[in-house]
Design a protein around this ligand. Structure first.
Ligand SMILES: *[C@@H]1O[C@H](CO)[C@@H](O)[C@H](O)[C@H]1NC(C)=O
Ligand SMILES: *[C@@H]1O[C@H](CO)[C@@H](O)[C@H](O)[C@H]1NC(C)=O
Ligand SMILES: *[C@@H]1O[C@H](CO)[C@@H](O)[C@H](O)[C@H]1NC(C)=O
Ligand SMILES: *[C@@H]1O[C@H](CO)[C@@H](O)[C@H](O)[C@H]1NC(C)=O
Length: 191
């Protein structure tokens, strides 16, 4: 009897602490930005140490985003994008960042149209009025403002990392987390 009672107390404590932590355990909630930007919503992405922060303004269709990739190095590229046609690589309207040969974080947009994309700057299917990146403490952060049509307020997102060699973007791994880095995003509800 006594043991059962203890088990119950212990179990209750564990479930209370589990509930308490699951509502506040998102890592993205504690992330800050050196430019003091603040975002209404954030999500911990499930693989590749990646986090998306955003503020969506439905009335003018702009999404301010910060995509953070932690635990990376200056010889890795980082990317995040929207894919209007599904949670996969081809079709992704991507924001890419790397530390360039001047040792400075540089961001550009590229539309991924094949499995061997040139990864050169191109326009996206929607305007990107603002884009920059920072590389600090082994964290790459891409800051952008996207002006998206209403039908992309709920869409797919894709993110990725890969090596940089002699300033050139190299293909990413095609196994493990690098092929699990896609999902859905609803800018309106945060789901
Ligand atoms: C997202 O941000 C909006 C605007 O501040 C807020 O009302 C909403 O509760 C947030 N959603 C989540 C899931 O954090
Ligand atoms: C959303 O955009 C409209 C139009 O640009 C602007 O008037 C409004 O202040 C913005 N809302 C927020 C919360 O920033
Ligand atoms: C979204 O709407 C635009 C027109 O505003 C259209 O060109 C595009 O095909 C639509 N995209 C999707 C994914 O429905
Ligand atoms: C590196 O990126 C910075 C910031 O975008 C840019 O000003 C600089 O010209 C770039 N250097 C090279 C070598 O591309």
């Amino acid at each position: 009897m006594e043991i059962k009672a203890w088990n119950f107390v212990l179990f209750s404590c564990l479930s209370v602490s589990f509930l308490a932590s699951s509502s506040s355990a998102q890592t993205c909630r504690s992330q800050t930005f050196s430019n003091n930007m603040q975002y209404a919503n954030c999500t911990d992405l499930p693989v590749l140490n990646s986090y998306l922060h955003w503020t969506y303004n439905q009335s003018d269709g702009t999404v301010e985003i910060a995509f953070r990739h932690t635990g990376t190095t200056s010889s890795q590229w980082s990317a995040w994008g929207i894919n209007p046609i599904g949670p996969r690589m081809v079709g992704t309207q991507a924001l890419v960042a790397l530390v360039n040969s001047s040792g400075v974080a540089q961001a550009f947009t590229t539309s991924i149209n094949s499995f061997g994309p040139p990864m050169q700057p191109t326009a996206l299917s929607f305007p990107v009025p603002s884009l920059s990146a920072t590389f600090e403490n082994n964290e790459m952060t891409i800051f952008a403002v996207l002006r998206i049509p209403q039908n992309l307020s709920s869409t797919s997102q894709v993110w990725q990392e890969g090596p940089v060699s002699n300033g050139q973007i190299q293909p990413h791994s095609t196994t493990g987390p690098n092929v699990q880095s896609a999902g859905s995003i609803n800018f309106l509800t945060g789901q």
